[in-house]
Design a binder for this molecule. Sequence first.
Ligand code: SPV
Ligand code: MG
Length: 525
Amino acid sequence: MSSNLEFLLESHNGISAKIAEEVGFKGLWASGLAISAQYGVRDSNEASWTQVLENIEFMSDAINIPIMLDGDTGYGNFNNVRRLVKKLEQRDIAAVCIEDKLYPKTNSFIDGDKQELADIDEFCSRIKAGKDAQIDDDFSIITRIEAFIAGWGLSEALRRAEAYHRAGSDAILIHSAKSDPSEILAFKKEWGNTSPVIVVPTKYYTTPTQVLDEAGFSIAIWANHMIRSSIKAMQESAKQIYESSSILTVEGEIAPVKEVFRLQGVSELKEAEENYLPKKEIATEAIILAASRGEAMGSLTDNQPKAMIPLKDKSILEHISDTYRNHGINKIHVVRGYKKESINFPELNYIDNDDHETTSELSSFHKAIDQISGDIVCSFGDVLFKPYLLQLLDECEDDLVIVVDTQWKDSVNRDRAADYVNCSQPHSRANYGDSIFLESAGENLGEDSIHGEWMGIIKISSAIFPTVRKEVESLSKLENFDSMKMHHLLEHLCRLKQPIRVVYTTGNWLDVDTLEDVIRANNFL
Ligand code: SPV
Ligand code: MG
């Protein structure tokens, strides 16, 4: 097939424009029908022309390919068209198509044969005024001939095409409501190459595209397929959610929230924030416990600890320290142990646990708090989490705060050692604003008493810090200290009636323990 024929896809708002651009369309048709429909109104100029302008401005901002606006009849006479052209150029719109009917228009597929056509001379005045108004030579005015739609024949269509061409029209859109292409082919045969001809095969959709190409048409417009596909998808989801009173079954069938963010360009905003926003000065320091090897990772940890395993473009440890830094925590201490020489980023502070082979988490923490005394947030070198969790900690004034995932039942840690917690109230019974405190923590809590899984993130204020240090000191005297984990400290503090505030949340973190987790982490980031 020769490649003369180009295609425009209908779009009706910023996100549909973006999607069309991403799949490869070189240009878009901002359909009047679809824009009206997404506003929930009829294609009868019920949406005002400024509402259309506002909509198309969002589309234009979202993409870099040209847009042809379906400008209906031009929203009035010559004066309205010239003002429209001016406003479209200001919004970087490449072309407008105006049809030879009267304002307010009706969609061509609703009793088209009863529709009144514009007087030819009057319509030509709209074309001329539009062409005179444009500043950019590349702006195009397409004239749409509705003669076939309104029940007139080929000679009327040609008579109009001649007149519009003489008035300055850049291309003709020849419309037809027939289910075969006979009308548009007959027109093209007579019109030849006098000016480019555009078609809208909505009704004669069974016509092979090759036929349109061979006939010499310049552009085929797929005029309403984005709005129609989204209507069907929304109807199916709405029905399913309504009938099941749940969102569980649709979850796998709809775009993930992450995809919404991607289409909105959230990552660009994150970068811009880095560039423009003043860096927050936060006194809090971070401790990352990263001394262990991570045996479950196999040969990936032969020469480096788990925290140094690369995920996407950087190591787990760099992802974690970036999360802290992006939150304004710049003083970051890393407790190293296994293959400590492989961790040497200059911007991080290091504390070594040279007994890493015979000791556990609490021993690493002990070594760290010997050297620090301020407000801290502590987390593990294999736990990725979203910055939002640090925000949750900030919002809590309490001296000791932990973040707990309520979705412990679905956790990938289900068959592994996980830090379960029992709290003063389960999430399900807590009211907004209730303060919830830790009652007990451990790997072996009974199912009935588990209220969530601790993500390993704890905030310790400078006010409580001396107490915590004293308690870690006293635990360090115990025979089994070397095998103690952080949850033993939590449990110990609970027994001492030291309030540990619990912040419940759902997801937004990932414990990277196994090779499958590495794959999960790639999606998480
Ligand atoms: C539109 O998409 O709004 C059009 C094409 O004008 S049609 O609906 O076929 O008239
Ligand atoms: Mg239209």
